[in-house]
Structures are given as structure tokens and as C-alpha cells.
Design a protein. Structure first.
Length: 412
């Protein structure tokens, strides 16, 4: 097990100032454990929740009635095919969660110790852990300040002869500027694996996330735009990569004879029960994406003009899916810090989350990236929070949340 050297906030120097205060809404989060009693559930507006309004139960019942509940069965194939087609990719390889989707995709590259993989420092830790599981070395870049995505110019500066892969992460559902990244990668013969865990349906110049790199990893965790409870998928057009991933996912069983293994494989399988839910969710994905875009528009209209609140921007080449609707809070201009605003929102039963803490600030990676600074990611970490963002969020709820933010501003 990799473990952090004991690291205190004091030892982090001025970097400690960007780390969010002890969470004011941890208690609140526990109250949001799903209850199907609508009155109880709505005492708190959760930051996210699944929307299960389609064929989920029907398909699960079919899986149970036909006795196919483990990791073989037609729902797995149907879910793989339908989600890959939705993304515009040829193959889908379903697996246990988004973290192992990323690990499996990287494992197919045969990464070795000493190989380097370029990842953004501003991401969720699973992105970089997947590199670490392969024994390779993560190399960090900052994000650009406009859309909060991986800074492609910095990627160019970090390429070395050891660079084997680049991992653009479509943060919060906005795509990375992929054309210059792919051009750069192709020039150097480097594989690009999108981390699309947060970006189901996001579009870059009319093409969907999951079809933009050499391969992509998705998450279907309960807070994602579509969910299977736990789950993940690789999408790719590369037949060899897909074949290897299917094989490695399943202990690398050999087709020649039973219990004959040529690779160290994994058990990263998804069950037919999960895939039954997944297939029902894909059927509703267009509807969920439309709801999130509409909700983001409502949020941005209502937050417009509040001093010190920055709402998310969308590049003209992008269609964001707003997995999370994030804002930045400038303490000086707004009059309260991000954490103070969070506390006010929590008092009103509104659950929020702070933005990611960058990888170079994590205790477990502190020594690996000691002394490195990434100012955009640090600013996002200090000032960013995301508001309730579920596909099922109502206009009343958006009005309530934005009303609380407006009223809490001492300057209005
Ligand atoms: C960017 C990113 N990558 C990877 C993951 C990992 O997905 P999972 O939680 O399904 O393992 C997440 C999950 O939240 C994520 O946000």
C-alpha cells in the first residue's frame, strides 16, 4: 500500500491556504442517504442524486427471471453496444467502476516503471492513481483559466522520450480542447486516453466524449449523469485494444484452454444486473443531458450580476453537459469566502462540494511533486464549489439556491 509521509498543513506552507476548511456539510451529506419518502429527501437539496425513471426495474427483473445475474448475460453486451454507439465509438468494455476503466485502458498500453503519463493536477485522484497502479510516473500540468480544462500548451512542454500516454480529463462535463492535443500526441506517437468519467454526452466540435482520443474511461457511479450504482466503461475504436481490455478484465483467461494465462489479468467485471440498469439509463441519457443544460442556463441567469461570483463558461467549440454546476467565489468582491458561503448554504439545507484539491497538494503525492506549483488549479481549489446539479433538480430548487446566494452577499 502506498501511504503518505505524515504531512501537516503547517508543512505545506502557503499551499495550506487553499485547502478547504473542515467540511461544514459532512453531517448534511449523511442526511441525504437516499430515502424514497419525498418529504424527507427534500429537507436537503442534494448535490447530486440518481434519476431512475425508466426501464431499470423491468430490465433487472428480466435479468433475475432469466437467472443471468453475474458477469455474463445479454444486458452487458447490449449496454456496451448502446453506450459505445451513443459516444460514437466502435467498442465498449464494461467494467466494475471508472477507476478500473482507466487502469484497464492504461494496462493495455503495457506501461512500465519509468514510463511517463501526463495528467492534469486538477482532477479527481482516481485519474492519477490509475497511472500509479501501472508503476508508471504521473507528470502534472495545470489547467487553463477559462474552462478549467487541461492546458494543452503545458502538455507540449512536459513531453519527454519517456512519455507514453496523455490523459485529458473532461472536468465537470466540459471537454478538453482535443484537436491540438491529438495533433501533438500523434506527432510524438503518444496514446491519448480520455478520462470521461464526468462527461457522458459532452461534445467537442460535434463529436462526443469517448470518441475523441485513442480510448476513454467512463464512470457510472451513483453521482454520475448515468449510473449503474457502481460501474465503468472503456470506449474505443481500436479493435486490438478492446480485445485486450475484454481479456484483461476477465483474469486474462486464454481462449486456447481453460485456466491458461498469458497476462496478469484482473477481475474488473460488471454484472448483468448493473448492465440492466445501465441500458435503461442510456435510453434516458439525452433527456438527462438536456435537463442539465437547461438547469445550468437557469443557474447562470439567476447568478448573473452577483459581485464576485464566476459562473462556468463554455468554449464555442464545446457543449458542456454540466455534470456539476461549479462557481468561483471571490471573497473580496462577494464579501464572504467560499467556505463561509458553503456554511450559509448548508444552514439552508443546500448541499455543495468544494472543487477538487489538486494532485500536487495531496499528502499521498506530496513528495512526488514537492515544490511544483500550478496557480490555476490552486485558485480553483480555493474558490470553487459546486451547487446541486442532479438531472432531477427543479426550477423551484434552483430559484431557492440562487436566492440564498444573492441574499448572503453583504454588498447587495
Ligand atoms: C475524473 C474522474 N475520474 C475517475 C473517476 C473514478 O470513477 P469511479 O468512482 O467510478 O471509480 C471519477 C469519479 O468520480 C472522476 O471524477
Amino acid at each position: 500500500m502506498l501511504k503518505a509521509a505524515e504531512l501537516t498543513l503547517e508543512e505545506m506552507g502557503d499551499l495550506a491556504e487553499i485547502i478547504p476548511a473542515a467540511d461544514p456539510v459532512v453531517r448534511l451529506s449523511y442526511q441525504t442517504i437516499p430515502s424514497f419518502d419525498h418529504r424527507v429527501r427534500r429537507t436537503v437539496i442534494p448535490v447530486c442524486e440518481p434519476t431512475l425513471g425508466g426501464n431499470e426495474l423491468k430490465y433487472i427483473q428480466q435479468a433475475v427471471e432469466t437467472n443471468w445475474i453475474s458477469s455474463a448475460g445479454s444486458f452487458i453486451r447490449d449496454f456496451e453496444a448502446s453506450f459505445a454507439a451513443y459516444c460514437g465509438a466502435r467498442y465498449g468494455i464494461a467494467c466494475a467502476n471508472g477507476t478500473v476503466a482507466m487502469h484497464l485502458a492504461m494496462a493495455t498500453l503495457g506501461l512500465e516503471p519509468g514510463d511517463e503519463v501526463i495528467v492534469p493536477t486538477f482532477t479527481m485522484i482516481a485519474t492519477i492513481n490509475a497511472v500509479t497502479y501501472c508503476g508508471a510516473t504521473p507528470v502534472l500540468v495545470d489547467c487553463e483559466p477559462d474552462y478549467w480544462q487541461m492546458d494543452v500548451e503545458q502538455v507540449a512542454a512536459k513531453i519527454t522520450p519517456r512519455t507514453k500516454a496523455i490523459v485529458p480529463v473532461h472536468i465537470y462535463g466540459h471537454p478538453v480542447d482535443m484537436d491540438p492535443l491529438m495533433e501533438l500526441a500523434q506527432r510524438h506517437g503518444i496514446t491519448v486516453i480520455e478520462d470521461a468519467a464526468e462527461a457522458h454526452g459532452a461534445e467537442y466540435k460535434g463529436r462526443r466524449a469517448g470518441s475523441l482520443g485513442d480510448a476513454a474511461g467512463f464512470s457510472f457511479y451513483g453521482n454520475k449523469i448515468i449510473t449503474t450504482g457502481e460501474g465503468g466503461m472503456i470506449t474505443t475504436d481500436n479493435r486490438e485494444l478492446a480485445r485486450l481490455a475484454w481479456n484483461l478484465r476477465d483474469h486474462a483467461f486464454s481462449s486456447e484452454r481453460h485456466f491458461w494465462h498469458k497476462y496478469v489479468g484482473f477481475n474488473y467485471r460488471m454484472t448483468n444486473l448493473q448492465a440492466a440498469v445501465g441500458l435503461a439509463q442510456v435510453e434516458q441519457l439525452d433527456k438527462f443531458v438536456a435537463a442539465r443544460r437547461a438547469n445550468a442556463g437557469e443557474y447562470s441567469c439567476r447568478l448573473y450580476g452577483i459581485p464576485g461570483i464566476t459562473t462556468p463558461r463554455q468554449a464555442e467549440w464545446a457543449k458542456n453537459v454540466f455534470w456539476m454546476y461549479g462557481i468561483l467565489v471571490d471573497k473580496q468582491a462577494y464579501g464572504l469566502s467560499r467556505d463561509e458561503l458553503r456554511a450559509v448554504l448548508a444552514e439552508n439545507g443546500i448541499e455543495t462540494r468544494t472543487f477538487f484539491i489538486p494532485m500536487h497538494c495531496q499528502p499521498v503525492y506530496w513528495n512526488a511533486f514537492k515544490g511544483q506549483r500550478y496557480p490555476v488549479a490552486e485558485r480553483l481549489c480555493r474558490d470553487g464549489l459546486y451547487l446541486p446539479s442532479a438531472s432531477s433538480l427543479t426550477l423551484d430548487e434552483i430559484e431557492f439556491v440562487t436566492g440564498v446566494i444573492r441574499e448572503a452577499c453583504p454588498h447587495l
